[in-house]
Ligand binder design. Sequence first.
Ligand SMILES: [Cu+2]
Length: 706
Amino acid sequence: MGLVWKRNSPTPKILFHARFPEYTPNDVADPALVDLAISRGAFTTPGLQFNSSLRDVLHGFDPFLGLGTNRTADDSFQRLTYGGYLMRQGLSQSVPTRIVANRTMERQLLFDISHPDAFKNTGKFHTALLDEHDFALNRAAFAENGYSKGMFYNTYCNARVTLADGRVYVFGGHDMQSDNGLYKVNIFDPETETWVQRREPCTRSNWTKDPFGLQLFAGNPMAQFYPGCDPRNQQSTQPSESSDQKYARWYPSAIALPNGMILVAGGFDQDNSVPPDPNRVTKGRQNISQSDTAFTASRVNQVVAELYDPKTDTNVALENARMAFPLYPQLEVVQTGPRKDDWVVCTFDGEKDYGTEAIPGGAKFGIGGGTPPFTKGNTWCLNVLAALKDPNRNAPAKNHWTLVDTASEVRPYCCPTASLIEIDGDGRTVSHKWFMISGQDANGDQTGTVEVIDFADAKPRWKFVGNILQPLATSKAVLLPDGKVLIGQGVNRSANCNVDGRPCTYEEREGLHFQMFDPLTGSITKLAKTTVSRGLHGTATLLPDGSVFFAGENREALVRPDDPSFPLLSSYGGLLPQGDPDQGVPVGQLFFPPYLFRQDGSRAVRPVITNAPEDISYGGHFDITVAGNPDRISSVVMLRSDHNTHSLTTGDRYVKLSFHQKGAARKSDIRIRAPKLPAQAVPGIYMLFVLDQAGVPSLATRVYLQ
Ligand SMILES: [Cu+2]
């Protein structure tokens, strides 16, 4: 999720993406059929929710009980829209929910945080206790934002970036069998609250016309696809158009560049060498036929970065600047000199020598693929503009990359970063620190270490800073206006989650304690804890009021299996333990950082920005007015907050600005030096905060930097 701002609205909304943004739960698991045989319902029955859509027991196919014909594992959604490939993980991680009212909602939503119902709640702390009434409390603050607003693709696990004009760029995601990447670039426009029009695939439009293929199968029970719409043909699932990227990807990273373009790096795809296996046999969530192994082995790691130009809605592939990365590589824009074009994009875990794997179209590596063994913690920096202007841009090569340093931890995937830059009164960069926080080490075990590199140093080198409270993967790290980093909701489900050998408690495994990291001192402070666990697919974002909103996660993980507040369900024959692992209840939480409180627990009095410009420009200065004595203001910062997922916080940046009191005549005015170069702060929307001497932030005002 991430913030989206309408031009004349003082507060943003939050754009959510989840699995199947182009469908509702009821679109893929027919509620009538769930009602027909409630004990076999696709939504909440243990073990069965992993399958995809119900078809119809009356017509001979039941994917769950095996009562049908010789194609017992088939179901209509998989066959008609997923090309006959198995739908990995089925519906379990997103769709099942016992909240009936939620089943009609699209999986892509716009959350209006200024709606009076947005944060209404009845004070329940266990997600297992939440019911239809709790859901209804906030419903009016959510608007459907998927298929009904022009989203036709399964864009989950994509790359999402706020463009300089405030629109949201969404690239990639999952296609058939969840492991084929998407070529599609989708753009969300906050002004119209719709998606820029793309071609609707026939798989999707046919599903609207003939849901579950009931008419189709009435005529031909053995039909494999809608007429003229074979989903094994890419043009059926992703009809080509000029805005497509050259390479399809899932789990790519993307970052907004100083020139207004977007760089996409990394991501995986399949090479299409393995077709779906019509004789495939599935059992529960496992595919037990041979084809899955072969299919997984056909995975490719996309090594060609691409540039998206929002002015032309097209992409340029940098064939000349190849580099292999693990899933969701961390990216950072770095200034290299005093001129506008002096910048590079630095990365993490790019490989030094991938030799024979340097094949056109992608470097291949083994089954699983999520944590390639060849990563080294390398920080390579790409001269994007040089690669773009290179006359040999279309010739496969590994040029335009410079190795800066190698960190001591590897941290592939799920390691958040924090980017802090300070600019002096002359517009020079005083420091530009990039932190790597926890994640995974070279053995794939969780680590709690923090390392930093300062790109403003003459020779930037990674340095060890300290440790967070415990080794964690998938932590969410949120930059705050006081320059500290709120860390929360990482998990460590390994046996040795405690470094001291004690058995792990539930709290420790699920990382329920929040913690504050201070980049200035390297210290960590333990904060309040939550009762809601969020792993890989949880996300977090700073709000303009200085609080932090946490949301999301695989729905199956949202209710702890041993939750003591939920009774044993005898209706399932005692199959369920206390708690209900099957009951994904979508729930968000707000965290109020310590700076919002006084020592005695009362709310801190906040400095107030009474006037600030809407637009600011590079190289100049701008004035704001604060209430009261401007001497109380100790810092002025701009925060860029991008759309984050999988703990990737690429694109977020804390920009500390130089300022002075304007003069005796205008006592409440503060004059602020704007960033000098787009490499210090890329063009676009920022939250501007002032902080008083106690470190209490104002509410943010939105500024457009261009
Ligand atoms: Cu994912």
